[in-house]
Ligand binder design. Structure first.
Ligand code: RBF
Ligand code: MG
Length: 314
């Protein structure tokens, strides 16, 4: 997949693509339907399959003081899009200036003059341009006038509950300690990916060394203990290990900042500096303040037994 952070002076072979447009944070099953339809049309027309998205997420520009909310930081989103077979990603830099571009100018200057789009696919709730005045209705009308096709994908629902695939719903499930429900909407387990940073050395003395990941822009899932899988990313691929995760403030040891710590079962090496993907599979319990480290360790033993059992059954 080729990535461009501009819509200007593009090489001829990436113009004239079938383009799925949206923020696509999470690349969830609703997004997959939009991107999949663009892929189907691209193959039919023998055109390139592209995605147009914005970085950072416009919401973080409009509401910079909101708590972190990303399901997929830009590099993770790019990997998932590549895995879906997308040929070209236009990740346009979003800032206050870009937010002032009118819906009409966005279509004329970016979609038509810049990308030369052949066809555009968007979700039913896609809005764009200054003050979100651009709707899928405007997009379709302008497409007719300017010579490109538009497909709008209606909401996709999940099973009996009839829950609509939405990034907001997925974030809520994670914040409520419901990673399975989040996974049902995502179409895969929710993961935190990052570079392992140094923690304190207390875990080691308890027999529970942990690999700590910075949470960065990621949405904060419910604090507590999770059954998890940890994938060590290497040149030859990702090697997965069963694990238990603690996401919390560590009241027992007088911790003050939120830490994401993964303990990999039957694994001795130091992971400092390595890229780790940690999938949260099941919520075990909230964190507690124990009277002493012995009591904490007994509980960690119990957590580990439960996590191993859950992971063995999956
Ligand atoms: N810290 C707490 O203060 N309360 C807990 O309930 C708690 N549960 C944990 C469960 C597991 C399986 C693991 C790996 C860690 C847990 N921690 C908890 C965090 C622990 O205090 C931390 O890993 C060490 O202090 C090293 O930073
Ligand atoms: Mg949406």
């Amino acid at each position: 997949m080729r990535i461009f952070e501009t819509y200007r002076d593009l090489p001829a072979d990436v113009c004239g693509a079938v383009v799925a447009i949206g923020n696509f944070d999470g690349v969830h099953r609703g997004h997959q339907a939009v991107i999949g339809e663009a892929g189907r049309i691209a193959r039919e027309r023998k055109a390139a399959q592209a995605v147009l998205t914005f970085e950072p997420h416009p919401r973080s520009v409009f509401r910079p003081n909101d708590p972190p909310f990303r399901l997929t930081p830009a590099p993770v989103k790019a990997r998932l899009l590549a895995e879906l077979g997308v040929d070209v990603l236009f990740a346009l830099p979003f800032d206050r200036g870009f937010a002032g571009v009118t819906a009409e100018a966005f279509v004329e200057e970016i979609l038509v003059a810049g990308l030369g789009v052949r066809h555009v696919v968007a979700g039913y709730d896609f809005v764009f341009g200054y003050r979100r005045h651009g709707t899928t209705v405007l997009l379709s009308e302008m497409g007719k006038a300017l010579g490109f096709g538009v497909s709008v994908i209606e909401p996709v629902q999940e099973g009996d509950a009839g829950e609509i695939f939405s990034a907001t719903r997925i974030r809520e499930h994670l914040q409520h300690g419901a990673p399975r429900e989040a996974a049902a909407l995502l179409g895969r387990d929710f993961e935190i990916e990052g570079t392992v940073v140094a923690g304190d050395r207390i875990g080691r003395t308890l027999g529970y060394p942990t690999a700590n990941l910075p949470l960065g822009d990621y949405v904060r899932p419910a604090t507590g203990i999770y059954a998890a899988r940890a994938g060590i990313v290497g040149a030859a691929g990702t090697v997965w290990h069963d694990a238990v995760v603690s996401l919390g403030f560590r009241p027992t040891v007088g911790g003050t900042d939120l830490r994401f710590e993964a303990h990999l079962f039957d694994f001795a090496s130091d992971l400092y500096g390595r890229t780790l993907r940690v999938a949260l599979l099941e919520y075990l319990r909230p964190e507690e303040k124990f009277a002493d480290l012995e009591a904490l360790k007994r509980r960690m033993d119990e957590d580990s037994r439960r996590a191993r059992k859950i992971l063995a059954e999956r």
